[in-house]
Design a protein around this ligand. Structure first.
Ligand code: C2E
Ligand code: MG
Ligand code: MG
Length: 698
């Protein structure tokens, strides 16, 4: 029986109850499993108690003391003679002997393998849970630094190590940079380390590494665990990098890489609250930038901006902020600017930047810019107002000849205020019926008959008296009031023309010309406005002529051209006003449905006296004739001009010599007279009526 028992891969025993109890019998499996021979067990009653793993003693001895028969077999750790831990499964029953004493009859088996496998499984589960927790924290947007620390703590705890670090590899620095660390053996114990690669978007980013003072043993699965943590860190880093990208993009101009308006206004706000009066803003606008875009293409415009940006930066001190506000506008924030002259010196350097040509792929290009300076000491120190003042000064620089700078001053502020009050008055002018229209005839040079009339807006201001359109149209444009005003002019003029037609149904209908401003042409609903005026008044579309200036076409060629085409489809005609004062408009004559052009007064003025102007006027008239569009000479004031125009075979003319702008009533009389008798009579009549009407000076 004994031989049989000794061959079992388990330990059978009989022992006294109690921690120091005697061992009466133990099978020789004890030697294999625990390292102590049966004799050693039976000779030394304290052996068992000494060899139970210290961590398990309390529980196991408690059972002994309370004499509880374990309902489930107990499993605990035992220290093998060689020091290693052996897990035993101890199944015992209390049995009384012949004398009635209670003894343990038990079987112990080695369950170390199973226990280790279980522990391994548990560790995996813990690791998976830790990875999931970290992933969740990353998804919740925890900071990368915090995530790194969390990853290290979790890994150290689960792997049972005490040191770890997240290291960033750097290209320019030899040693990696510690981004997060745990424990003291941070860098010394790394040879026995388990590491995970944190992969960056562009090449490796770094590693997470765990180590202990004593050489730890790591399983392949542990390396997988650390790698899983590393992957989460890599994702978080990438996520943050793209968030940084987005934030960067939101605050910078993609073309030049300079700060944009948002960032600039923010910095200006900070500078103003930090420094107060010491701050200045310089606004820079490239002169005739549209021309570059139009003649050389948008690519060239972009190139120019990209060349200008670094040059301007070079003209500034390192602490100054330069930003691109959009389009061809740059703005500079100057700090520690004690006075105007200090700001002016910077502006001079900025102007000087444009002395050398810019190298564009289309070739060398000379550019100029106009600058406006506003000093915080002169303003209410609100960022937006400071930029607005610099803008006003910049416009002043433009109007004083470009390629220069102006400093915002009191006079400019007064002008701004005056402009504002004009705007307020203009707002009410429409409702109060202060706007009127004067009509200036356009006559045929053949027989001086009135072919059409141009509607010219007048404002009878209650205090200022008559305000000229040149004064208030720009205000109306800027404030947006031009929309209702423009609609009103169009409708009132068409209505008047319809009345004239109705009065003389058999006569050739007199045409009506209406001036359109830039803003009206960039408005999408112009087509609807014109269509409405036509329907409302029932006027023949072809007798309506819309006057536009060349500059309109320079500003936004694509959308404006499209608007013109759509409106022209309604049957109305277009003429180019003030022709010759703009740029490069010849191309538009062929590309757009333009029916005529008005030779600017400045050319007509010089007709016959100045050779150059005469030559230009001649060229314009010839060209128009070649393209079969109408030519109208504007501002004819002398007989000499009239003769010259006739020689050129110019068909139509307008000017004080022929007729001043007149009230509608005076035009009605002129038309009636013309219908009543020969042309000479009409002219006599006209002179009489011009002299008679108090509005002759309109
Ligand atoms: P414009 O369209 O070129 O109109 C011709 C201007 O020259 C008118 O000035 C007219 O009174 C003036 N004029 C006519 N004949 C002679 C002349 O022989 N000698 C001189 N020295 N001047 C002459 P006005 O009425 O002051 O208008 C100025 C500008 O205001 C117009 O120039 C036009 O661009 C704009 N404008 C006038 N009415 C309107 C309108 O209803 N809407 C828009 N958007 N602009 C308007
Ligand atoms: Mg006009
Ligand atoms: Mg004109």
């Amino acid at each position: 029986m004994r031989t049989l028992l000794d061959r079992l891969p388990a330990i059978l025993y009989v022992a006294d109850v109690g921690v120091g109890g005697r061992w009466h019998y133990i099978s020789s499996g004890a030697t294999d499993i625990l390292g102590f021979t049966p004799a050693e067990w039976t000779d030394d009653p304290g052996l068992w108690a000494r060899q139970v793993h210290p961590d398990d003693r309390e529980r196991v001895f408690g059972r002994e003391d309370e004499l509880v028969e374990p309902s489930v077999p107990d499993e605990y750790r035992f220290l093998h003679r060689d020091g290693r831990t052996v897990w035993v499964r101890d199944e015992a029953a209390l049995v009384s002997d012949e004398q009635g004493r209670m003894r343990w009859h038990g079987v112990m088996s080695d369950v170390t393998k199973r226990k280790l496998a279980e522990a391994e499984l548990e560790r995996r589960a813990e690791q998976q849970a830790a990875v999931a927790r970290l992933g969740k924290r990353a998804l919740e947007g925890a900071e990368v630094g915090v995530l790194m620390h969390d990853a290290l703590t979790a890994a150290a705890q689960i792997l049972g190590v005490d040191s770890g670090a997240v290291l960033e590899r750097t290209i320019d620095r030899a040693a990696p940079v510690v981004r997060a660390g745990l424990g003291t053996h941070l860098l010394t114990g790394l040879q026995g380390a388990v590491t995970g690669e944190i992969e960056g978007r562009d090449g490796a980013w770094g590693v997470i590494s765990l180590a202990a003072a004593a050489e730890p043993r790591f399983a392949d699965a542990d390396a997988d665990f650390v790698q899983a943590l590393a992957n989460i860190l890599a994702d978080a880093l990438q996520q943050r990098a793209s968030e940084d990208d987005i934030r960067y993009q939101a605050l910078h101009d993609p073309l030049t890489g300079l700060p944009n308006r948002v960032l600039f206004m923010d910095r200006l706000g900070h500078a103003l609250s930090r420094r107060g009066a010491d701050v200045a803003v310089v606004l820079l606008d490239i002169d005739n930038f549209k021309l570059v875009n139009d003649s050389l293409g948008h690519g060239a415009g972009d190139e120019l901006l990209m060349e200008i940006a670094p040059r301007l930066q070079g003209a500034l001190r390192p602490g100054d902020t330069i930003a691109r506000l959009g389009g061809d506008e740059f703005v500079v924030l100057l700090e520690q600017i004690p006075d105007e002259s200090a700001a002016a010196r910077v502006a001079e350097r900025m102007v000087a930047v444009f002395e050398l040509p810019f190298e564009l792929s289309a070739g060398e290009h000379f550019a100029k810019a106009s600058l406006g300076i506003a000093l915080a000491s002169d303003s209410d120190r609100l960022p937006a107002n400071l930029v607005r003042d610099a803008d006003a000064a910049m416009y002043q620089a433009k109007s004083r000849g470009r390629g220069r700078f102006e400093v915002f001053d009191r006079a400019m502020r007064l002008r701004t205020v005056a402009r504002l009050s004009l705007e307020n008055d203009l707002r009410r002018a429409l409702e109060r019926g202060e706007l009127r229209i004067a009509y200036q005839p356009i006559v045929s040079l053949h027989d001086r008959s009135i072919v059409s009339v141009e509607a010219l807006l007048r404002w009878q201001h209650p205090e200022r008296g008559l305000v000229r359109p040149d004064e208030f149209i720009p205000v109306a444009e800027e404030s947006g009031l031009i929309d209702p005003i423009g609609r009103w002019v169009l409708e009132a003029a068409c209505m008047q023309a319809a009345e004239w037609h109705a009065a003389r149904p058999d006569a050739r209908p007199v045409g009506i010309s209406v001036n359109l401003s830039m803003r009206q042409l960039t408005q999408r609903d112009l087509e609807a406005t014109v269509a409405a005026a036509l329907t409302l008044t029932g006027i023949e579309p072809s007798s309506v002529c819309l006057e536009i200036t060349e500059s309109v076409l320079l500003e936004e060629p694509a959308s404006v051209s499209e608007t013109i085409r759509r409106v022209a489809r309604l049957g109305v005609r277009f003429v180019l006003d003030d022709f010759g004062t703009g740029y490069s408009s010849l191309a538009y004559l062929t590309k757009l449905p333009i029916d005529g052009l008005k030779v600017d007064r400045s050319f007509v003025d010089a007709l016959g006296s100045d050779q150059r102007s005469t030559a230009i006027t001649t060229a314009i008239v010839r060209m128009a004739q070649a393209l079969s569009v109408d030519v109208i000479a504007e501002g004819v004031e002398t007989e000499r001009q009239l003769v010259a125009l006739k020689e050129l075979q110019c068909e139509l003319a307008q000017g004080f010599l022929l007729h001043h702008p007149l009230p509608a009533q005076a035009i009605s009389e002129l038309l009636a007279a013309a219908a009543g008798g020969p042309a000479d009579d009409a002219r006599a009549q006209l002179r009489a009526s011009v002299a008679a009407t108090p509005a002759a000076g309109l």
